[in-house]
Design a protein around this ligand. Structure first.
Ligand code: NAD
Ligand code: NA
Length: 398
């Protein structure tokens, strides 16, 4: 079929198989161009491996240190008249490239919050790899069915005590307007968001992997968090999602205790704000990102997800050097985003930004381009008028 973008709000309903494959290939080429990550991971489980930071982590482990990877994700293959999801095509492309390079790569498609998928993953590790030495936890989801209680939790993106009004952009039309987001109405909204995006499921994974004996001596595990500038605090760090991130970060000491007899360690890495399927759903944030991109590109310090993850692995997790954790024990690869000069310039632009000057003083074009790239669109090397084969298989999927 001929596949064109079909956008509804902040999601794109279609994905392009050849375009997503190009996107994956560019990420692989970047990691290869940076050379081998010495003493990097060898057997890696990535939970949330099909898009965003999780996919970039998988690519970095595989092509930066020749790691065998098991990827877990929740994606859809093509159905009649409907292409598969971007994460499906990304994973197919990743596996093909990994296999061609002689690397072990298998994938599991299903609900990572469930006991069944954890068990399937453990069985696969046991039979194929024995143990893993790195577990990356990179899920982003709007809902979670709790495996013990059966309760279906839905997360919300809201401020906690007061309404929040600030600028936001519709990045398709380029209209900048004020948005007011009402605060949570009851504490359950906070609890539900923590249940979905907090640390409990990460803990369940590590507990079950450990009990099954599939974690290697000296195992590392890492999950991803975000802080960002004060201007987004009401909707992000001080909002419902921020409570979930507090909970995720608070899980680190619990996991460290659990892993101590294996000489294992857990980390949260605070990453830069980037265009992913998850972040485009948050109000205010896309406008901030488009100004951030402008400032960071001008200073020559812009990074995408793959640059962030390559740096996390090469210069933090496997650098055999001082990790330079912050006062809360977190790894900070948002260091360049949070630099004082960067934030001061973004804040000054924030005061000025309007619909009229959006194209000129922000990098909204870069934002849009990244957004379309997520779904395999806007690549010069791909002919979008041509028929493409949407029925792509992931070679080693459970
Ligand atoms: P993403 O939407 O690109 O990736 C989410 C992944 O989770 C996908 O692989 C998806 O298939 C998988 N997933 C979702 N629900 C699942 C389920 N029930 N079972 C199995 N897999 C499931 O998101 P992302 O932006 O890469 O986010 C990953 C992490 O990084 C999150 O913790 C996020 O908060 C954090 N982070 C994001 C940013 C940002 O700007 N995007 C910045 C810092 C930190
Ligand atoms: Na991810």
């Amino acid at each position: 079929m001929i596949i064109q973008p079909r956008v509804r709000g902040f999601i794109c309903l279609t994905s392009h198989p050849e375009g997503t494959a190009q996107h994956v290939k560019e990420q692989i080429d970047y990691v290869k161009s940076k050379g081998e990550i010495k003493d990097g991971p060898k057997k890696v489980l990535v939970i949330g491996a099909s898009t965003g930071f999780g996919l970039a982590s998988r690519i970095t482990a595989a092509f930066g240190s020749q790691a065998a990877t098991v990827g877990v994700f929740f994606e859809k293959p093509a159905a009649p008249g409907k292409p598969g999801t971007a994460g499906w095509y990304n994973s197919a492309a990743f596996e093909k490239e990994a296999h061609a390079a002689g690397l072990y790569a298998k994938s599991i498609n299903g609900d990572a919050f469930s006991d069944e998928i954890k068990k399937q993953t453990i069985d696969l590790i046991k039979s194929d790899l024995g143990q893993v030495d790195l577990v990356v936890y990179s899920l982003a989801s709007p809902r979670r069915t709790h495996p013990k209680t059966g309760v279906a939790h839905a997360s919300v993106l809201k401020p906690i005590s007061q309404p929040f009004t600030d600028k936001t952009v519709d990045f398709h039309t380029g209209v900048v307007s004020d948005i007011t987001i009402q605060p949570v109405e009851n504490p359950e909204d906070i609890e539900n968001t923590v249940a979905v995006m907090g640390g409990e499921d990460w803990k369940f994974w590590i507990e079950e992997l450990k009990a099954a004996g599939v974690l290697a001596e000296g195992v590392k595990t890492v999950a991803y968090s975000y802080i960002g500038p004060e201007l987004t605090y009401p909707i992000y760090r001080n909002g419902t999602i921020g409570r979930a991130k507090d909970d995720l970060e608070g899980t680190v000491p619990v996991l460290n205790a659990l892993l101590s007899d294996l000489g294992g360690v857990s980390y949260v890495s605070v990453n830069k704000a980037l265009v992913t399927q998850s972040s485009s759903a948050i109000p205010v944030v896309p406008l901030y990102i488009s100004l951030l991109y402008k400032v960071m590109k001008e200073k020559g310090i812009h990074e995408g997800t793959i640059e962030q993850m390559q740096r996390l692995f090469a210069e933090r997790l496997y650098a055999n050097a001082d990790l330079q954790l912050d006062d809360k024990g977190r790894i900070r690869v948002d260091d360049l985003e949070m630099r004082e000069d960067v934030q001061a310039e973004v804040a000054a632009l924030w005061e000025k930004i309007t619909t009229e000057n959006l194209e000129e003083i922000s990098d909204i074009e870069g934002y849009r381009n990244d957004f379309f790239h997520l779904f395999g669109f806007n690549f010069d090397t791909v002919n979008y008028e041509a028929d493409s084969n949407e029925l792509v298989d992931i070679p080693s999927i459970n």
